[in-house]
Design a protein around this ligand. Structure first.
Ligand SMILES: *Cc1c(COP(=O)(O)O)cnc(C)c1O
Length: 419
């Protein structure tokens, strides 16, 4: 099954979700992007140039690692991890950003803009812009600028201009709106490097295509390593790009169960989470250029979301997922902040891996389910990123007193500098 053949005949729609909902002024720009992407998708040379850069600049193919200690401890399935944390800049985000950089060249544009929440996508975009020689502006909520100082530092030193957004909640959603405004005023020379598989068509398809490299590699590597396909594949779902990336290696194989793991935050009924499908709290709506399930109230105003993992803290979801969910192709679960902390401890001590807080959500679900599976069954987890960036949050979450006072002191200092 190829979801990108649009069997409904409606290009950019996955079942009832997706589409393009933009102000008329952007129609020409989005059409130009759609046409350019259509050509690139058919062009084998584009894909080989893309793979060449990923190989020599980012370190692909990333390996697959078997986790014998954790598998044994849990007493069930054999657990394997796809190591996208080993990419340059520390996560799968670089895949998408390099792809869009190449596309931007084909479009003949010389400036890129991007939104960022935790700063990981901004960091990756600034890196790509430095390498490709683009001007770069990153929009980031003022609250996030204060929380994510190290990423702001790197973005600026990579040559990007970082603009603190002071509208609304001053976080990711507001940064996206500000980015759209910039795009409207500078369409002629600017490409908007959207950071996940959300937004108007062609972004969900385009970002999924770039991230499909994860699934293609993983399927071949696991076959070579174990002689068979996995029984279950787990990935965390923020906007939903690393998950659709790895799932694309297995969508055609009905024997492989695909599990998306959302941010449960403070848990069911708390209203402080980002579990759109797993908690069934979200409803269908249109925002930020596309139609999907959003966490919103009855008036269609977006709700405040929460997760210990900034990268999962978003009210919308990749429009391909509600469709695959309704078709029974992907199951959705959620992990709470508490469960994530516990899982991190276990993974670090048993295998010496430090996954990002986002990734740990996928681990939680796999750890819960592995003991019920047989010893010849195989679990594959996508390790979307590494935890280095989370040192302050993890230290605080794990209750390290010495670090806690160090962090508080530092963040007070940053706050004072900002004022
Ligand atoms: C941004 C991020 C995510 C969430 O984004 P998706 O588009 O859902 O993949 C997950 N893991 C890491 C490490 C991230 O940086």
């Amino acid at each position: 099954m190829d979801i990108f053949d649009f069997p409904s005949g409606r290009e950019g729609y996955y079942g009832d979700y997706g589409g393009v909902f933009l102000p008329e002024i952007l129609h020409g720009t989005i059409q130009e992007l759609q046409e350019c992407f259509r050509l690139c998708r058919k062009d084998e040379q584009f894909w080989s140039e893309y793979m060449e850069i990923l190989k020599n600049y980012s370190g692909r193919p990333t390996p697959i690692t078997h986790l014998p200690n954790l598998s044994k401890k849990l007493g069930g399935a054999q657990i394997y991890v796809k190591r996208d944390d080993l990419n340059h800049t520390g996560s799968h985000k670089i895949n998408n950003v390099i792809g869009q950089g190449l596309l931007c060249k084909r479009l003949g544009k010389r400036r890129v803009i991007a939104e960022t929440g935790a700063g990981q996508h901004g960091f990756a975009t600034a890196t790509m812009a430095a390498r490709f020689g683009f001007d770069c502006t990153i929009y980031m909520g003022e609250v996030d600028v204060a929380r994510q100082r190290p990423n702001v530092f790197w973005m600026q030193n990579l040559g990007a201009q970082v603009i603190a957004v002071t509208d609304g909640q001053k976080t990711l959603k507001d940064a996206i709106n500000e980015c759209m405004r910039d795009w409207v005023s500078n369409m002629g020379d600017t490409h908007y490097v959207l950071g996940t598989a959300c937004g108007p068509h062609p972004f969900p398809e385009m970002v999924s295509w770039f991230q499909s490299v994860i699934g293609r590699e993983a399927r071949d590597q696991l076959l070579e390593l174990t002689g068979r396909l996995p029984d279950r594949v787990y990935a965390c779902v923020g906007g939903g790009s690393n998950a659709i990336g790895i799932f694309q290696g297995f969508l055609d194989h009905d024997s492989v169960e695909l599990i998306g793991c959302e941010a449960g935050g403070l848990g069911v009924g708390s209203n402080l989470h980002a579990a759109r499908l797993a908690y069934k709290d979200a409803s269908v709506g249109v925002a930020q250029g596309f139609k999907t399930y959003f966490l919103q109230n009855e008036q269609g105003n977006m709700l405040k979301t929460h997760s210990v993992a900034a990268g999962l803290d978003y009210m919308g979801i990749n429009p391909i997922f509600p469709h695959l969910w309704e078709e029974g192709k992907v199951r959705f679960e959620a992990a709470t902040d508490e469960e994530v902390k516990e899982a991190l401890r276990l993974i670090m001590k048993s295998e010496g891996l430090i996954p990002a807080l986002e990734t740990a959500h996928a681990f939680v679900t796999a750890i819960k389910e592995a003991p019920q599976m047989g010893p010849t069954e195989i679990i594959l987890i996508n390790q979307s990123g590494r935890g280095d960036k989370d040192i302050f949050t993890i230290a605080e979450a794990l209750g390290d007193q010495e670090w806690k006072s160090f962090i508080n002191e530092k963040s007070d200092q940053y706050r004072r500098e900002l004022c």
